[in-house]
Design a protein around this ligand. Structure first.
Ligand SMILES: Cc1ncc(COP(=O)(O)O)c(C=O)c1O
Length: 261
């Protein structure tokens, strides 16, 4: 066991890999295959580099999972977190309470965001945020007297998370196959992926045609039925198409990282 091995010395790579394979279920992975080859054990990180257990220094080109925007081992962040852990490690804001970090961060985010984004709702992940968006957007329209505005339009191959709502908004068919997704009221339009969509159309014309799919879908579904459109500013699986001016210009106008009503 890792725990026993730790007591005497640092466990060997193969012992860590075996224990990982036995007890750790990896997301987005063929766990059977991974158990055969053994996972790479990341041991520490500094700046833009990660180091595996064998001491190999690796440039972390993916920034964690695209979320370590300012790099690793930042003293000012460690100090701020440590101070906050001493002062108030947790408190909810459900029941007429608030606290300094929530107030200060909300104000800061409102300051640096476009003027129409001036209030912040906190979640712990992107998937949770997008699940929340489904309820929030539909409730918004219901309170505005338009409860029939329920449909949210996303893109095939868009990625919006791994929860039931997030995976439904996303356009990964293999995720939809897991558990009967998407949920009702989600409509997918084509992805702005020139190569993936054949790559034989004039790129400029392709970009405009794909951007127009949103308008076409809204008109087909009915303006009074559509609640929101959700799209990544740069669609990961289809990012290459954004090299094309037409697609980039048109898509940026309609796609923001959260749903737009
Ligand atoms: C555009 C986008 N939305 C949502 C998510 C889901 O975020 P999380 O993994 O924090 O649930 C991701 C994650 O990569 C993402 O890239």
């Amino acid at each position: 066991m890792v725990q026993n091995a730790k007591m005497s010395q640092i466990p060997t790579l193969s012992l860590l890999q075996q224990t990982d394979a036995r007890h750790h279920f990896h997301p987005f992975s063929d766990n059977h295959e991974l158990a055969q080859i053994g996972s790479r054990i990341i041991d520490r990180a500094e700046g833009v580099y990660i180091y595996d257990i064998d001491g190999n220094k690796i440039l972390d080109g993916m920034s964690g999972l695209w979320n370590v925007a300012v790099g690793y081992d930042r003293k000012e962040i460690i100090d701020a977190i440590t101070r906050q852990l001493h002062q108030l490690p947790y408190y909810n804001t459900f029941f007429k309470t608030s606290h300094m970090p929530a107030i200060e961060l909300s104000e800061l985010l409102a300051e640096v965001s476009p003027p129409q984004f001036n209030r912040v709702f906190y979640t712990s992940s992107g998937s949770e945020a997008n699940d929340t968006i489904i309820r929030m957007v539909r409730t918004y329209w219901a309170t505005k007297g338009a409860p029939e505005r329920q449909v949210i339009i996303g893109r095939w191959n868009g990625y919006h998370g791994s929860t039931i709502g997030g995976a439904s908004l996303g356009g990964m068919k293999y995720m939809h196959a897991q558990g009967g997704l998407p949920i009702a009221g989600i409509h997918h339009i084509a992805q702005p992926y020139w190569y993936g969509e054949g790559g034989d159309e004039d790129p400029e014309a392709f970009g405009i045609r794909i951007a127009r799919e949103l308008e076409t879908a809204i008109l087909e579904i009915g303006v009074d039925k559509v609640a929101a459109f959700i799209g990544e500013p740069l669609q990961g699986p289809a990012a290459s198409s954004f090299r094309r001016r037409a697609t980039g210009r048109r898509s940026r106008g309609s796609a923001i990282s959260t749903a737009s009503c």
